[in-house]
Design a protein. Structure first.
Length: 137
């Protein structure tokens, strides 16, 4: 335990993390319209999927079945959206948890955001991907 916060350790922790994160998303002027107006997310169905998704990633429970990337392809999202998503995710994690699992979870979220951004950029403009990431000198 660090700073009075415990590390992520249970399915209940995941539910707290997901619920508080999406509360922030729903209040965010950039992200809320994508989730609520464009995607018209059914939160009663979406949140349990996210519990399973993070349970699978964090604790290896293999409860999530699906391809989350495919859902993002038609959305009008870009680097700004992923940066904001990641900013809110990390802020949420830092408010709730502290420890190795929490840090690893933030790293996983960062990897997911980067992979989704890269794939979407390639799908939308294959010529633009040469400018992604560090360049060799």
């Amino acid at each position: 335990m660090t700073n009075g916060k415990s590390d992520l350790g249970t399915r209940q922790d995941i539910e707290v993390m997901v619920n508080s994160f999406y509360k922030k998303v729903n209040q965010d002027p950039l992200l809320s319209p994508v989730f609520n107006d464009v995607s018209r997310v059914d939160w009663d169905q979406h949140l349990p999927k996210m519990y399973k998704f993070w349970d699978s990633l964090i604790f290896g429970q293999a409860t999530y079945k699906g391809n989350p990337f495919v859902v993002h392809v038609p959305l009008p999202i870009d680097f700004e959206h992923f940066d904001r998503w990641l900013e809110l995710f990390n802020q949420n994690m830092d408010e709730l948890f502290s420890g190795k699992v929490a840090e690893h979870t933030k790293q996983r979220a960062s990897s997911i955001a980067y992979i989704f951004q890269t794939k979407l950029t390639y799908i939308r403009n294959p010529e633009a991907t040469h400018s992604l990431g560090p360049t060799k000198s």
